[in-house]
Design a binder for this molecule. Structure first.
Ligand SMILES: Cc1cc2nc3c(=O)[nH]c(=O)nc-3n(C[C@H](O)[C@H](O)[C@H](O)COP(=O)(O)O)c2cc1C
Length: 180
């Protein structure tokens, strides 16, 4: 199963990226993962969204189209989803209800340094994805608090509780995405 991991934060040392790496390591057998990099995407502009799209946009569309399932790993910015993630979703969302996001089984994991675990961004992302007809696996909501305490200095996930839940959730999500 090809899984595209959307990393909600652009910064190179982000906990989102570390979590994405941990998810790749914990992925069930048979998963092939790739991760998005929203840094090269222009801001969404319908004037640029014609037959010939900017190369980074076309790359994103191809990656979404080729994926069997999507995994979103995102922090919360000002009680919502980070602008770059919303921007990437907007690019991938056209034409409305016929975009590559339609019917693509998806899982959302949020995190934060705060005790709330980015739960508001989690809910907001689910709302956005319902607008793109993207079916969601309800884990129930997987939001990780105090994310800065979950990794060692080398960036490896060292929190046993999170690691265990990540493994179980990916396994169940994979089975659900395959229709099982
Ligand atoms: C612009 C900005 C806004 C933020 N707003 C929130 C917020 O509303 N709620 C929250 O829990 N954390 C907030 N944070 C803290 C982030 O959860 C924290 O910086 C997190 O590590 C960012 O994710 P990253 O490590 O993947 O870049 C904010 C951080 C930034 C930079």
């Amino acid at each position: 199963m090809k899984v595209l991991i959307w990393v909600g934060s652009l910064r190179s040392d982000s906990f989102s990226r570390k979590l994405a790496t941990a998810a790749e390591a914990a992925a069930p057998e048979g998963w092939q993962t790739t991760t998005t990099d929203g840094r090269a995407l222009p801001l969404y502009d319908q004037d640029l969204d014609g037959d010939e799209k900017p190369a980074p946009v076309q790359e994103l569309l191809d990656a979404v189209g080729a994926a069997d399932a999507l995994l979103f790993v995102t922090p919360e910015f000002n009680y919502g989803i980070p602008g770059p993630l919303k921007n990437a979703i907007d690019w991938a969302s056209r034409p409305a209800y016929r975009s590559p996001l339609r019917d693509k089984p998806s899982l959302v994991i949020s995190h934060s340094i705060a005790p709330t675990g980015g739960a508001r961004a989690h809910v907001q992302l689910c709302t956005v994805l319902s607008g793109t007809a993207t079916p969601l696996y309800h884990a129930p909501g997987f939001s990780i608090p105090a994310i800065h305490e979950k990794f060692d200095p080398a960036g490896a996930l060292v929190d046993e509780g999170v690691a265990q839940r990540l493994g179980v959730t990916l396994e169940r999500f994979g089975a659900w995405a395959k229709g099982g």
